[in-house]
Design a binder for this molecule. Structure first.
Ligand code: PLP
Length: 472
């Protein structure tokens, strides 16, 4: 199978080259030339598999045999050995219509670990087998950076630089990223928002000469390998829910706390492969561009709002273009036209049949800050289960869209200890996992810089040149 760009102007590429490319060289996002489908028979077989074996089955449909089976198995085992739950992503029942998929059992306590632990192993493998130089550059609203750094710290042949918005990530997120003192890690704390960081990264990756001179590789969810790794737990969650519900007449929805549209796109891909998910529910916070798109057809970045769920404080959803590509019938000329409009007029509008399609494919709800805290308190007292604020957005949307005869698996994208700022507002005292508690005593390593692409470039030139980076 080959991979092509949503904008249609990249020569078809194999799997490994697609991962190495990250953002398409024409500015588009890479997608498979055709999406493999799985039969009911196969689904039945997959129902029996553990997370790791399921990963290998799904991955093999996309990787063209470019990675020998035994190597892939080793990569998968290494990736999930760091998870604290043997199931990797267990499903828990909260009540008859609501189940939780816990995606926070990896090293940095958020769902990003599921894909980024694998990506770290994958890059390391490619560096060894192909002799590729791997210089990772990424922007984070907090969780991606921490997970990516954990995925590659200390690994030979790899350097990683992560931009995060200065003082706009949670304390635990900041500590997870900046208490790492491996030589191959550089944290840039940018005086701006996540969208500013993401824009700088996108511009640097669009400068093809710069990108190839410095061997830049992406870890953001624009990278197809992340989408693919996440698709695995949609299948896994569906199978576990089927078992636990024990009533085949129930329809199964998923509700996904969303920001960059990466996680939910993985679900869309799973559904296109044949996984019988009923509703794909997009949950947002007050930064609700995706909710507005689904309800009105207008995709227009609004004003940035600081919320209790900072990992979803995103106005420009970088994976949205992937969905647009399928919505527009895989017509890359139209994608170019729409994305051109987004750049020149600041918005994309769909109506009529297209909007109807969007509303058939997704439901969406944005939870306010107030609703968010209320729900955390409610579930704490009713069930004893402590939701993190991102997960609470998902539960708010589950409550809104789960109808009779349906069960929703709502994704817990982070552990509440990671976002104690919000939990404390409810006067709830939580016990911290030891891995988080011990961060506070460690030294921090980061460079605070202005929101300025030229400054980022200067920092990278020094870091990637292999000179010693002065750490404050
Ligand atoms: C990144 C993140 C999200 C948003 O996921 P996207 O793939 O960007 O839509 C939601 N919750 C948490 C805790 C996150 O870290």
């Amino acid at each position: 199978m080959n991979y092509i760009s949503t904008r249609g102007q990249v020569e078809p590429k194999g799997f490994v080259d697609t991962v190495l490319m990250g953002l398409g060289e024409d500015g588009g996002l890479m997608v498979p030339e055709s999406i493999p489908t799985v039969s009911e028979e196969t689904l039945k077989q997959w129902q029996q598999l553990g997370f790791r074996d399921l990963f290998i089955e799904i991955f093999s449909l996309y990787a063209n045999g470019e990675i020998p089976q035994e190597d892939l198995k080793r990569l998968v085992d290494a990736s999930y050995a760091t998870f604290r739950d043997p199931e990797v992503a267990p499903v828990r029942k909260l009540n008859d219509s609501l189940y939780i998929l816990e995606l926070f059992h990896g090293p940095t306590f958020a769902f990003k670990d599921v894909a980024l632990q694998f990506m770290g192993e994958f890059y390391s493998y490619v560096s060894k087998t192909r002799g590729e130089i791997i210089h990772i550059l990424g922007a984070t609203s907090g969780d991606t950076g921490a997970a990516a750094i954990q995925g590659v710290r200390g690994k030979e042949g790899i350097k990683i630089c992560i931009l995060h918005p200065h003082e706009k990530v949670s304390k635990v997120q900041e500590l997870q990223m900046t208490t790492v003192n491996d030589e191959n890690v550089l944290n840039l704390s940018v005086k701006g928002t996540f969208d500013d960081c993401q824009r700088i990264i996108k511009e640097l990756f669009s400068d093809l000469a710069f990108k190839s001179r410095y061997h830049l590789r992406a870890i953001n969810s624009i990278n197809f390998v992340r989408i693919l790794a996440q698709t695995v737990y949609y299948f896994y969650a569906y199978f576990r829910a089927v078992e636990q519900i024990g009533d085949a007449s129930k329809k199964i929805n998923v509700s996904v706390p969303s920001g960059n549209f990466g996680n939910i796109f993985s679900g869309y891909l799973g559904k296109k492969m044949g996984l019988p998910i009923h509703k794909l529910i997009i949950a947002t916070n007050e930064n609700n561009i995706l909710e507005r798109f689904v309800t009105t057809g207008e995709y227009q970045p609004g004003e940035f709002r600081k919320t209790h769920s900072p990992s979803m404080d995103i106005q420009v959803a970088s994976n949205f273009e992937r969905y647009l590509y399928y919505l527009l019938g895989e017509d890359s000329a139209q994608v170019r036209e729409y994305m051109g409009k987004l750049a020149s007029e600041g918005k994309i509008v769909v109506d009529g049949e297209l909007l109807k399609r969007v509303q058939e494919e997704f439901q969406a709800l944005g939870a306010t800050n107030e609703q968010n805290l209320e729900l955390i308190g409610k579930y704490r007292s009713e069930t004893g289960y402590l939701l993190d604020p991102h997960t609470a957005c998902g539960v708010a949307a589950s409550e809104a869209f789960t109808e009779d005869g349906e069960v929703t698996v709502s994704f817990a994208t982070a552990h509440p200890a990671k976002f104690d700022e919000a939990i404390r507002l409810l006067d709830i005292t939580q016990e911290f996992p030891v891995e988080i508690a011990e961060l506070v005593a460690k030294d921090q390593y980061q460079t605070v810089i202005d929101n300025d692409k030229a400054e980022v470039t200067r920092q990278l030139e020094v870091f990637f040149a292999g000179d010693a980076v002065s750490k404050p």
